[in-house]
Design a binder for this molecule. Structure first.
Ligand code: B12
Length: 212
């Protein structure tokens, strides 16, 4: 696992893929691998902030992470036994923000748990979240933001929902590394998915309440 995390951090895609296959073959649960890689990517961010690495290295690490996720994801789906559809989710990364690795992990875990997920991608205008949620009769809107400068986009979604008189139709969950419980409250959202596992737990509870 250490080798895998290091290979991803160093952007060594081939080594990372080989290590990922070995770790999976050894029977390590996909969720454990994702948790270790998530911590590894945060460390990459810290190195970038300290100027120990630069943008090209961060891009290589992101590519390696995305390649590894393609190998790990199918094991996630195989481990879960989705029962009845748990709820409809519209999710995206807010406008101005291209980070989508975390959002994609949340999507993979939600789908593996039986949710119907509509992925809007990255750099999504607040109005698009609302339009899509209305179009697919979503239960949940999920918004990811990885930068302090793009977090206001999460609040804008909630304000748009209010302005259109449909705020109560949706459970709004926020996520991304800079998001905190305080921000969720300030933005007027309903919950915080600190990581993908927590997001699934929270949304399963929300759907159970809604169906009562
Ligand atoms: C990889 C990365 C990139 C990649 C993104 C590739 C991609 N396709 O996604 C690339 C290299 C392109 C990139 C670009 C930039 N980046 Co960058 N990046 C990162 C890095 C290192 C890791 C992010 C990541 O993938 N983490 C792994 C995932 C698994 O973790 P996660 O995203 O936190 O997701 C988990 C939870 O947060 C949660 N979650 C996430 N989303 C959601 C959504 C919902 C609804 C829920 C419920 C939960 C949830 O669940 C996830 C899984 O458990 C972070 C460091 C960090 N601390 O996050 C910097 C970081 C976010 N980047 C940063 C910066 C500055 C940039 C650039 C501006 C750099 C530049 N000079 O160009 C550009 C911005 C481009 C843009 N407009 O968006 C800064 C942001 C600082 C700030 N202002 O807040 C950070 C914090 C690095 C740093 N310390 O300086 N980046």
């Amino acid at each position: 696992m250490e080798e895998l995390v290091q290979a991803v951090q160093n952007g060594e895609e081939e080594q990372a893929l080989a290590a990922a296959r070995a770790v999976l073959e050894a029977g390590t649960p996909a969720s454990e691998i994702i948790a270790a890689l998530t911590a590894g990517m945060r460390e990459v961010g810290q190195r970038f902030a300290r100027m120990e690495i630069f943008l090209p290295e961060m891009i290589l690490a992101a590519h390696a992470m995305q390649a590894v996720m393609k190998v790990v994801e199918p094991h996630l789906a195989a481990a879960a036994t989705p029962a009845a559809k748990r709820g409809v989710v519209v999710i995206g990364t807010v406008e101005g923000d291209m980070h989508e690795i975390g959002k994609d992990i949340v999507i993979a875990l939600l789908r593996a748990s039986g949710f119907e997920v509509h992925d809007l991608g990255a750099n999504v205008n607040p109005l698009e979240f609302v339009r899509q949620a209305e179009a697919v009769s979503a239960d949940i809107i999920g918004a990811s933001a990885l930068m302090t400068t793009t977090m206001p986009g999460q609040k804008e979604i909630v304000e748009l929902l209010k302005a259109k008189g449909v705020r109560d139709k949706y459970h709004v969950i926020l996520g991304g590394a800079p998001v905190t419980a305080e921000w969720v409250q300030e933005a007027g959202a309903d919950s915080w998915g600190e990581n993908a596992g927590v997001a699934v737990e929270v949304l399963e509870r929300v759907m159970a309440e809604r169906r009562r």
